[in-house]
Design a protein around this ligand. Structure first.
Ligand code: COA
Length: 573
């Protein structure tokens, strides 16, 4: 089918749907929901069989839904209506939630129901639920709706609140007063629920050490205690705040400064000197997992396998985070194990350099330079490891430098639902580093490497596997993927031929080094990056500014809007 995506942004859910539908042979073109005239024009240009709206923030114009079948993905169960579906579901403590595919008509979220998929709720951030459970359910429901449409075997059902199985209801737009935390009264669970229901946007408005800000990125703390509301500790950029029956960590804040755009940043960066006197309490790297506290980097070891977890908020890796991860990696490399699995975090593996921290720096160019070098140092440490076999285990998505960092490992495995964006160009023509000019062609050849980096389109894990970009893809969900990674890593560690494998790895690296030293790749890449950061063309700085402040584009980029392009990009086989 010819499918037009109408979407507020080409976000992770839209990318995953795009990958799933194109995999199944559908032709998909994308239009960002900029204004009614643009949407009407896109529908006229493309003449789609159906319009799918994966992520919309406003109604589809009547001229479009009257003339085209429009299927809207709503992140709520049947009957749920309103713009804060997941936020309310988390705050109400729903045990089961879902996604409904509705036909657009005059009333928002009230059209006929084409499909619904449900999932058990998890105590997690709204953004994490969205990237995992909601995305999986949306894929299932959209595929079912399209199947029903294609085979004309189904008449969509009008929303009927009289039916016992229609549990959802209409809910208003959630306000900050619905989210407000009362630090003297709310218990830890309530505080966590409120912050999670507002994460990644818009955050919970609050006052912290005399400053108005929005709170994000909360997790529970098992040990520390203090006066309710007091800031009692800090660690790696996060702060710990006491509740009436425990404490929570808050990783990120956005200052509220009237009339000024604000950035989401590590809490300690926002609070600065206000934190003097608050003790920095480090967390052990190598400690049992059930200890609930804030730990971005964690190491565990079983049966000759070292597992390095690095759960950086949004997958963004600042200079400091890269350095800490490299130190942890060196620790793992020094252990008497045989395999190291780099397991990232459950939401993201990595999205490369930390664009928000860079934006907030006194000199964004200098900070970009420091950050990319710290990423490169980490990539080199992985690439030159000859004592262990390394596995990049992608539970979550990876983009830009983060996707290339994964290729530094000997084996790359991804969960089936993962989406990869192995390209930099969308960020103001950024050239990229992380030894990608060595790693990418080595895996998939020059021609495909060029197509991938130029096309700037997301790849599903199965498509990446077919291309040879990654080695394996498996696992229906996080738990299944985790189990199977352990199986594979332990099998490798037990393999009597491991010594030979390591010898072959050393020989291959030595051969490549004589052909062209790693440092030559790095130096060439950094020459380009220097021009990106310090040259006359400000595209990277402009693109970064627009990305971190979430400026809406004035038009849909042509690499997405096939219907506006004269030539289609090279197909990657
Ligand atoms: N630095 C800082 N923040 C980043 C980031 C980065 N490298 N990559 C993603 N984020 C943040 C986004 O700003 C967003 O923040 P929010 O919590 O305030 O909403 C959040 O992560 C999720 O990103 P989003 O774009 O909504 O996620 P997605 O899954 O839909 O898209 C990417 C994933 C990777 C395609 C997209 O985030 C992206 O292009 N990131 C930039 C990658 C990059 O250019 N890195 C620098 C070069 S190495």
């Amino acid at each position: 089918m010819r499918i037009l995506f109408l979407t507020h942004s080409f976000n992770s859910l839209a990318q995953r749907l795009y990958a799933e539908l194109t995999e199944r042979g559908h032709e998909v073109s994308i239009e960002l929901d900029i204004n009614d005239a643009v949407t009407i024009e896109a529908a006229r240009l493309y003449e789609p069989d159906v319009i799918v709206a994966p992520y919309l923030r406003r109604a589809i114009p009547e001229a479009v839904w009257r003339n085209h079948l429009c299927l809207v993905v709503h992140p709520g169960i049947q009957g749920d209506r309103g713009p804060s579906a997941l936020d309310w579901a988390i705050l109400r403590g729903e045990r089961e939630w879902g996604v409904t595919v509705l036909q657009a008509d005059a009333e928002m979220d009230a059209g006929d129901v084409w499909a619904e998929a449900r999932f058990p709720m998890r105590a997690a951030r709204k953004s994490s639920l969205y990237r995992n459970e909601v995305t999986e359910a949306a894929v299932a429901a959209v595929l079912q709706a399209l199947e029903r449409l294609q085979h004309k075997i189904f008449a969509p059902e009008p929303l009927d609140y009289g039916r016992a199985d229609v549990r959802g209801r209409r809910h208003p737009l959630i306000r900050q007063c619905d989210r407000a935390i009362d630090w003297l009264r709310d218990d830890t669970d309530t505080v966590l629920k409120k912050i999670r229901a507002a994460d990644g946007a818009p955050g919970v408005e609050d006052e912290l050490l005399g400053r108005r800000c929005r709170l994000y990125d909360a997790c529970e703390e098992d040990g520390l205690r203090g006066e309710p509301g007091a800031v009692i500790a800090r660690r790696d950029g996060a702060i710990c705040r006491a509740t009436r029956d425990g404490a929570v960590w808050i990783g990120h804040l956005k200052p509220i400064i009237p009339g000024e755009p604000a950035l989401k940043l590590p809490a300690s960066t926002v609070l600065g000197t206000a934190l003097s006197g608050v003790p920095e309490i480090p967390a052990p790297l190598h400690a049992p997992a059930p200890l609930r506290t804030f730990r971005e980097i964690r190491y565990e070891e079983r049966n000759a396998v070292g597992y390095l977890h690095f759960d950086f908020y949004n997958g963004a890796m600042s200079t400091g985070q890269c350095a800490r991860l490299r130190a942890a990696y060196e620790y793992a490399r020094g252990r008497p194990t045989r395999v190291i699995a780099l397991v990232g975090g459950p939401d993201f593996w990595s999205n490369g350099i930390h664009l928000n921290v860079i934006e907030a720096a006194d000199s964004p160019a200098d900070e970009s330079w420091r950050n990319i070098n710290a990423m490169n140092d980490l990539a080199r440490a992985i690439l030159t490891t000859d004592s262990h076999l390394t596995i990049a285990a992608l539970q979550g998505n990876a983009g830009a430098g983060g996707a290339f960092l994964a290729l530094a490992a000997d084996r790359v495995c991804a969960r089936r639902g993962v989406v990869l964006n192995p390209h930099y160009k969308g960020m103001g023509n950024l050239y990229g580093s992380e030894y990608w000019t060595y790693l990418l062609p080595k895996r998939i050849g020059r021609e495909r490497a060029l197509a991938i980096t130029e096309n700037r389109l997301p790849l599903s894990a199965p498509a990446a596997k077919r291309l040879g970009l990654i080695d394996e893809c498996f696992g229906d969900d996080l738990a299944d993927f985790g189990r199977r990674i352990v199986e594979r890593a332990e099998t490798l560690a037990r393999d009597p031929a491991l010594g030979e494998r390591l010898a072959a790895k050393r020989a291959a690296r030595a051969h490549d080094e004589t052909e062209k030293p790693l440092e030559a790749y790095r130096a060439e890449e950094l020459e380009h990056m220097k021009r990106n950061f310090y040259g006359f063309d400000p595209s990277y700085h402009v693109a970064r500014y627009e990305f971190v402040f979430k400026r809406l584009p004035a038009w849909t980029p042509l690499h997405l809007a096939g219907h506006r392009r004269a030539n289609t990009p090279a197909k990657i086989q």
